[in-house]
Design a protein around this ligand. Structure first.
Ligand SMILES: [Zn+2]
Ligand SMILES: [Zn+2]
Ligand SMILES: [Zn+2]
Length: 138
């Protein structure tokens, strides 16, 4: 088994040629991957439903997480923490480049714990940073 086949296996995911290609696309990408990127870059399928289903099960099984996107489109990145099928951790900051629109995970910057305030019960806290990515600074 290749490394990517093993990852699919440990996450209880079916090993199809497309899913292997999709996982490798995530593994080889420095920034988060959008639905459009996938449609353009994968060669083993162009079927929207197949792509959508694979993303949904990858997310469900704790392999990828949704990241913030400049235009609120679906964009995903590989989970680095010990996410599992029951629970996503992913309590890190995200960086959005204002110039190219790419989103990056900043795994070593944790989202601070926020206490409930004004009677609101806070369940989710996001930390999104914006600026210029390395590529756009060149
Ligand atoms: Zn996760
Ligand atoms: Zn950029
Ligand atoms: Zn992330």
């Amino acid at each position: 088994m290749t490394n990517s086949e093993k990852i699919l296996h440990t996450h209880g995911l079916k090993k199809t040629i497309f899913r292997i290609e999709l996982l490798e696309l995530f593994m080889n990408s420095v920034s988060a991957v959008s639905f459009e990127d996938i449609k353009q870059k994968v060669s083993t399928t162009s079927d929207k439903v197949t792509i959508y289903r694979a993303l949904t099960s990858f997310e469900k099984q704790g392999l990828i997480h949704k990241v913030p996107d400049k235009s609120n489109k679906a964009r995903y990145a590989l989970c680095q923490e010990d996410c599992s099928s029951n629970k996503h951790i992913d309590s890190h900051a995200h960086f959005i480049c204002k110039y190219c629109g790419d989103t990056f995970c900043i795994n070593d910057m944790k989202v601070p714990k926020i206490k409930d305030s004004k009677g609101f019960s806070i369940s989710t806290t996001n930390l999104t940073l914006e600026g210029k990515c390395l590529e756009c600074q060149k």
